[in-house]
Design a protein around this ligand. Structure first.
Ligand code: NAP
Length: 314
């Protein structure tokens, strides 16, 4: 099969498409013929030698990628939920070696859900790591409720655009940051209040926030403390809750948590239900052919992607 093998950590050109043996499956895994893969900032960081590279390099070859959608071609003997021919999607083995940049992926059945019939493989591949992050943060950690005021940093990005839709689905009021180029897009996906971070300081615009969803890191969390209400919470997916911020937040009776997304078929099923019902929609802003994977990485590396970037497999 064809796979994008990371020759050495570094530039996007280090992802080389090669013929390698297809993976073999364990008893609890399914073999998936991949149709589409989505790219995340963690893919870019790992490819350049950061994030999960240290873990991945212990196995040869290193194949980056976690988000995929495709068709089941074989199942292990203990697999209960899927059969050959099923269309599935999921985030495979995160945080671990997902090996999704390949024509075939061996995926634990516990990381997958059936793809809803009303969405494409591209939309399905896009609704994995970023959507799971938004779901796990808002639902499992923050215990989001109707009427909550939710502040989402980078609301037009992969995680952000799902966070806005999920928060709205739960009946929350949403405030989000993005540049003015994303103002109309954010309105379309249901954001209540847009703050153009290039012109405005959110600490002067927002107050009484119940859930602050940080995607930017330490400086963002430091500022968030002044807009979150007593008994509110800040959850960072970029390590923004450091010791200093945690101390200041605790003094204001604000709970702080750093979070790393985890593979979960159960959560994928919840996302599948929202997608099937039309309550959640992936915005795939750009698609690339598999052989142009380096261009897809360059796009995600800009930090300016709207929604998601997807690769199409042959
Ligand atoms: N811990 C975890 O489990 C986890 C999971 C997923 C992601 N992450 C991390 O979270 C971050 C966001 O991920 P993502 O997939 O959403 O990234 P992404 O899709 O690349 O985000 C792109 C978006 O960021 C916006 N943006 C850039 N700078 C901004 C700023 N200063 N203020 C507000 N918006 C800004 C851009 O909007 P404009 O073009 O309008 O500027 C763009 O739409 C990444 O660092 C990623 O590695 C962590």
């Amino acid at each position: 099969m064809k796979a994008a093998v990371l020759q050495a950590p570094g530039a996007p050109e280090n992802l080389i498409i090669k013929e390698i043996a297809a993976p073999t499956i364990q008893d609890t895994e399914v073999l998936v013929k991949v149709k589409a893969v989505s790219i995340n900032p963690v893919d870019v960081k790992t490819r350049s030698g950061k994030a999960l590279y240290g873990q991945l390099k212990t196995e040869n070859p290193v194949i980056v990628g976690w988000d995929m959608a495709g068709e089941v071609t074989d199942i292990g003997k203990d697999v209960k939920q899927f059969k050959p021919g099923d269309a599935v999607f999921g985030m495979v083995n995160f945080p671990g070696h997902g090996k999704a940049y390949a024509e075939y992926v061996a995926a634990p059945e516990s990381h997958l859900a059936l793809k809803p019939a009303n969405i494409t493989y591209q939309e399905a591949a896009a609704t994995t790591l970023a959507a799971l992050t938004a779901w796990q943060v808002l639902v499992h950690l923050a215990n989001i409720k109707s009427g909550h005021k939710v502040f989402i940093q980078a609301a037009a990005g992969g995680v952000g655009h799902y966070a806005v839709q999920i928060a709205k689905h739960f009946g929350a009021y949403t405030i989000g940051t993005a540049s003015v180029t994303n103002a109309d897009f954010l309105k379309e996906i249901g954001l209540d209040e847009h703050i153009d971070y290039t012109k405005e300081d959110f600490t002067e615009q927002a107050e009484d926030v119940d859930i602050f969803f940080d995607t930017l890191g330490v400086d963002s969390v430091a500022k968030a403390i002044s807009v979150v209400k007593n008994n509110g919470q800040i959850i960072s997916i970029l390590g923004g809750c450091n010791e200093d911020n945690n101390e200041k937040a605790a003094a204001a009776n604000i709970k702080t948590t750093n979070y790393l997304v985890q593979s979960s078929g159960e959560d994928m099923k919840q996302l599948a239900q929202l997608l099937a019902a039309g309550h959640l929609k992936a915005h795939v802003s750009q698609q690339f052919d598999f052989e142009n994977i380096a261009d897809a990485h360059r796009q995600v590396e800009t930090g300016k992607t709207r929604g998601k970037v997807v690769l199409n497999l042959p």
